[in-house]
Ligand binder design. Structure first.
Ligand code: ADP
Ligand code: MG
Length: 340
């Protein structure tokens, strides 16, 4: 056959294989884009577990008309300009492939308006060359991305989808994770026309605890120990299960610079902090670590679940100390008869 350059749609479909596994991965990419765009409210509508419809509406800055077709192109991003930027990345996106990939495996339309233009525009890509068409539309400042018939043209992928209920649960679970770290954002989630979640903005600690109760578990939220610690450019904040709460709660969230990550380091630190206490299970926690982005690599995996700390040991010990001192304080309060 000879060497040929892949047509854009096929190249994008191949890339989609890496980042777009199921409806929840589409929701993740799109909502992260909304947050990167400075949205304070994000509404998510799902039909049939996301296989029929995923619609994300935000009140972010929007995309100017002349950038709509770039937004749908592969390797086009407004978030990264050099390799230096990659080492200090704070936004969620940076690969510039989500919209192009999703658009190659669904019927995607992008409608957007910005403060600088007098009307909204809608864009979609068609055909194997993914030529972008732009037509006038109505929309307030912000963006709506509509993804219809996900995987309609990649039947092998479509067959891998589980029941609507299961796919919706994945979306719901993902939203919980982001709702805990972005308390200030108003999120709503609907399924088949019915409002399922309404996470109102949590701007105070009390409101955040309400959100924690809504997302996780009321008992955990009522008794959790507050963690707040800052030292040498590291900041750890969040909540840790109280040793007085013996009921198990499956809440284990660790965020690094606003990203949820899977890291054994924090589980280990939590277990070690509780060593000697009568805790059978892994105690629940929601912990947020903020540090100089140069101290951590987020580019380990395309789905970006993993990070690599340059000084893992130091960070582990820092977390351990913060948790130990919160536990000690709670213990002293308990001994002195005060309610923790
Ligand atoms: P990335 O997020 O990695 O840059 P994407 O394919 O997800 O790549 O998005 C491409 C570009 O489209 C983004 O860099 C951003 O400029 C723009 N964009 C996408 N979604 C939105 C949105 N909801 N609001 C504003 N701009 C957006
Ligand atoms: Mg993105």
């Amino acid at each position: 056959m000879g060497i040929q350059i892949l047509p854009p749609q096929l190249a994008n479909q191949i890339a989609a294989g890496e980042v777009v596994e199921r409806p929840a991965s589409v929701v993740k990419e799109l909502v992260e884009n909304s947050l990167d765009a400075g949205a304070t409210r994000v509404d998510i509508e799902i039909d049939k577990g996301g296989s029929k419809l995923i619609r994300i509406r935000d009140n972010g800055v929007g995309i100017p008309k002349d950038e709509l077709s770039l937004a749908l192109s592969r390797h086009a991003t407004s978030k990264l300009h050099s390799l230096d930027d990659l080492e200090a990345i704070l936004s969620f996106g940076f690969r510039g492939e989500a919209l192009a990939s999703i658009s190659s495996v669904s019927r995607l339309t992008l409608t957007s308006n910005t403060a600088g233009q007098s009307e909204a525009w809608q864009a979609y890509a068609e055909g194997s060359q993914m030529a972008v068409r732009v037509i006038p539309a109505a929309h307030p400042i912000g963006s709506t991305i509509e993804v219809i018939d996900l995987f309609f043209n990649t039947p092998a992928r479509r067959r891998f989808l589980k029941s609507d209920k299961t796919e919706f649960t994945h979306i719901d679970e993902w939203l919980k994770r982001i709702a805990l770290v972005r308390g200030e954002i108003h999120f709503t989630l609907s399924h088949n026309g019915k409002l399922v979640r309404n996470y109102r903005p949590a701007l105070t600690q009390a409101q955040y605890l309400q959100r924690l109760a809504q997302v996780s578990d009321r008992h955990f939220a009522e008794q959790a120990l507050r963690i707040e610690c800052e030292h040498d450019g590291l900041r750890l904040s969040g909540y840790l299960q109280s040793p007085l709460q013996t009921r198990a709660t499956e809440t284990h969230y660790f965020y690094v610079n606003g990203r949820l990550v899977r890291d054994r380091l924090v589980n280990h630190a939590v277990r070690q902090a509780f060593a000697g206490q009568a805790q059978a299970e892994q105690p629940a926690y929601v912990l947020m670590l903020n540090l100089d982005p140069h101290q951590v690599d987020v580019n380990v995996h395309p789905a970006k679940h993993e990070v690599r700390f340059h000084q893992g040991r130091y960070i582990h010990d820092y977390i351990l100390q913060a948790l130990q001192s919160a536990l000690e304080q709670a213990g002293e309060l308990a001994l002195s008869g005060a309610v923790p």
